[in-house]
Design a protein around this ligand. Structure first.
Ligand SMILES: *[C@@H]1O[C@H](CO)[C@@H](O)[C@H](O)[C@H]1NC(C)=O
Ligand SMILES: *[C@@H]1O[C@H](CO)[C@@H](O)[C@H](O)[C@H]1NC(C)=O
Ligand SMILES: *[C@@H]1O[C@H](CO)[C@@H](O)[C@H](O)[C@H]1NC(C)=O
Ligand SMILES: *[C@@H]1O[C@H](CO)[C@@H](O)[C@H](O)[C@H]1NC(C)=O
Ligand SMILES: *[C@@H]1O[C@H](CO)[C@@H](O)[C@H](O)[C@H]1NC(C)=O
Ligand SMILES: *[C@@H]1O[C@H](CO)[C@@H](O)[C@H](O)[C@H]1NC(C)=O
Length: 643
């Protein structure tokens, strides 16, 4: 505060001489102070980690054209430090390039570097390797956790320092932690430690802030002296009322809604979330009338490519869909929607918006049908997917134990006697994290699923392999269950016997597929699938040629659940029988017009008799959905073949 007043006085006397640039808080006039003037931001959240880097500039330009003067950005730690001390800031991970683009377009930046970010992202952005120490306390004053945090902040924050507004850059403020008041630990020592680290690397004059749900019980544990307290809430009827908790905790300073919800996320098996445009526009108008600064969450959501989606755990485990469209003003594919136009029109009542038309939606292509061929059952492809020796263990070990953090682990054990009668395989401790595909030799028997499908009957003969492929469907990103170990986290039983003597195969699919497998050896492979069964986990592949490149949407009619790669890029999970998401967004950036395009599908349950997929020119995110607690999985209409 003292600093801000100081700049204001001196600045207003000699604005061109020194004291600027500066960004501070004026507690007397209840506003931010940018170069000595009261300033309010109208910002939008965009997740660079959910958008191909080639499209970043296009999206930021559209945000600028809507009339926003700032963007708000999370940084997911696990996206940038995949192994302890190993960093990735290249390509789609190139945070500095993204920040350069915001600067070029004249947008200010509100940074949210975590270390925890929630964001419906795997483990809320925390690296799963933190769980190598099983009793670690996350988001708390725990030496193991803090050592890892400090080491990450020592890499990340120095990149931000020269970009701070006061240092000539465009970052006006930096959030510490994220909705910490929603986390039961309520550890002020931890928040104080973060505060010290942020000040150490970013200096004393940057505006640091916190964000919490707009209720006293959230702000109680989420706020800390010297961190400016802000709140988040979606469209409400009474904005004054919604800001009251913030005012109780902090009587003066600018009002800020750090997450004004333009839409909402989707879970597999739930109805597609939609927030009506007029409601979003009215709510925004009321916030702007109140004089508050606002950030719209999301402005563009994007896509959970690969294995990056998170999950919530209200009572049962609920994974987030691959699409993070969020019903946001810019669609998953970055196209302006009616919601964007309505928001722009509201903003124009309060400040001037750039002249000129909003860029139109980019062309979308319906490339049509592609037939696929079976490459092989997963258990017959272990030489490629797991060339190293498997782990040998009496009782099951987890993903974290074998230091593979994403994707799939295959657990196998030999039957120690004949099993002539239907006998249940089950996990008495509900220890399937998160879904298991059970077969005996080549015969697929069915699925076990966390919190819902508890038993699968099998039969078999002594010496046959019982195969249990376990899928990590995304770590919990919110609440007190962040320590979400994956794999078989308890014993499996066959009848009443605890199964023992496992071989555990960590499967690396991204590696070989990004290097051209199976297409580089198509001739050998396509002759040799050992069965033509369409049930159980298996790989399929196909190729297609195109002349015009653009975005498209992949539909997998009559497929059940699995993962898709195109030209080695992991597009994400599909699960049309669970819904509501039916198509996967395929960015044109991964397609080729000069070479044949390669598609690889891992189907986990049931493939169609004639395996084929379709590229459409529009998304289907609101297909039929199958409520998870219904027990049996019913095939829904969304698998139907309509073009
Ligand atoms: C960002 O911009 C700076 C200044 O123009 C330049 O030196 C740097 O190479 C750019 N970084 C990236 C990753 O584009
Ligand atoms: C909104 O809430 C404020 C504070 O609680 C209250 O004084 C005011 O009457 C409310 N306005 C309406 C229209 O309900
Ligand atoms: C498993 O088999 C038993 C008979 O051994 C039968 O009672 C039970 O219904 C079967 N369960 C399932 C899920 O098929
Ligand atoms: C698995 O079962 C064995 C034998 O009953 C027991 O010693 C072990 O603790 C169990 N493991 C877990 C994780 O429950
Ligand atoms: C598809 O795979 C073939 C065989 O490996 C390869 O030559 C081609 O470059 C791949 N296509 C693309 C677009 O990567
Ligand atoms: C799904 O969304 C599309 C496009 O917004 C809309 O036309 C259609 O009516 C919706 N279908 C259902 C079942 O809600």
């Amino acid at each position: 505060m003292a600093v801000g007043m100081h700049w204001l006085l001196l600045g207003s006397l000699c604005p061109l001489v020194w004291g600027y640039p500066s960004f501070t808080i004026d507690y007397d006039r209840d506003c931010f102070l940018k170069d000595g003037q009261c300033f309010r931001y109208i910002s939008g959240s965009i997740h660079y980690f959910r958008i191909p880097s080639a499209y970043w500039k296009d999206r930021l330009l559209k945000m600028y054209m809507t009339g926003l003067n700032a963007v708000q950005i999370y940084v997911p730690w696990n996206f940038h430090e995949p192994q302890p001390g190993v960093y990735n800031f290249r390509g789609d991970h190139d945070l500095e390039q993204f920040l350069n683009l915001t600067m070029e377009l004249g947008l200010l930046v509100i940074m949210r570097p975590g270390p925890y970010i929630c964001a419906e992202w795997d483990m809320g952005g925390l690296p799963a390797w933190l769980l190598n120490k099983k009793d670690i306390r996350l988001r708390a004053f725990d030496p193991d956790y803090l050592n890892a945090v400090d080491s990450w902040l020592s890499v990340l924050l120095p990149k931000l320092r020269p970009r701070l507004y006061n240092n000539g850059g465009n970052i006006i403020s930096v959030q510490v932690e994220n909705e910490y008041g929603s986390f039961l630990a309520c550890d002020y020592g931890y928040m104080r430690h973060l505060h010290t680290m942020f000040r150490l690397y970013l200096g004393d004059d940057v505006v640091l802030f916190t964000t919490d749900g707009s209720a006293d019980y959230f702000l109680k544990c989420g706020t800390l002296q010297d961190l400016y307290a802000t709140v988040d809430f979606g469209p409400v009827d009474n904005v004054t009322k919604a800001f009251e908790p913030m005012r109780r905790f902090q009587p003066r300073g600018p009002l800020v809604n750090s997450e004004y919800y333009t839409g909402w996320l989707d879970y597999w098996g739930d109805k597609h979330a939609v927030t009506p445009t007029d409601r979003v526009a009215q709510g925004l108008q009321a916030i702007l009338e109140s004089g508050a600064s606002v950030n719209m969450y999301m402005f563009e959501g994007g896509t959970n490519f690969g294995f990056w989606n998170g999950a919530d755990f209200p009572r049962i485990y609920k994974p987030i869909t691959t699409s993070y469209d969020y019903d946001a003003p810019l669609s998953e594919a970055g196209d302006p929607t009616d919601k964007l136009l309505a928001i722009r029109s509201v903003i124009s009542k309060f400040q001037s918006v750039p002249q000129g038309p909003i860029p139109p939606p980019t062309p979308k292509f319906s490339y049509g049908l592609v037939t696929l061929k079976k490459v092989g059952d997963l258990v017959d492809l272990l030489d490629i997917l797991c060339p190293a020796d498997p782990f040998v263990t009496q009782y099951p070990i987890t993903f974290e134990d074998v230091k593979q953090y994403f994707g799939f682990l295959l657990y196998r054990t030999r039957l120690t006697g004949d099993v002539p009668e239907q006998t249940p395989v089950s996990s008495p401790a509900n220890g399937i994290h998160d879904r298991a595909y059970v077969s005996v030799d080549g015969q697929f028997y069915g699925v076990l699923e966390r919190d819902s499908l508890k038993k699968v009957n099998v039969t078999g003969k002594e010496g046959q392999w019982l195969n249990v492929l376990v899928e990590n469907m995304g770590r919990i990103n919110y609440g007190s269950d962040l320590k979400d170990f994956k794999g078989l986290i308890g014993n499996l039983t066959l009848g009443t016997d605890v199964l023992e003597n496992w071989k555990v195969y960590p499967l690396n699919m991204d590696g070989p597929i990004s290097q051209g497998w199976p297409h580089i050896m198509a001739d050998q492979i396509l002759k040799t699938p050992q069965t033509d069964s369409t049930t159980g986990p298996a790989m399929y592949s196909g190729t297609f040629k195109i002349t015009d490149i653009g975005d498209t949407y992949l539909k997998l009619p009559k497929w059940s659940k699995g993962q898709v790669w195109i030209n080695g890029f992991n597009l994400g999970r599909y699960w049309p029988v669970r819904g509501p998401q039916v198509t996967l967004y395929v960015p044109g950036t991964i397609l080729s017009s000069s070479q044949v395009n390669n598609i690889t599908v891992l189907e986990l349950e049931n493939a169609p008799d004639q395996p084929m997929v379709i590229f459409l020119d529009r998304p289907i995110l609101n297909g039929t959905y199958v409520g998870k607690m219904r027990g049996d999985i019913v095939r829904s209409d969304s698998g139907a073949l309509d073009l």
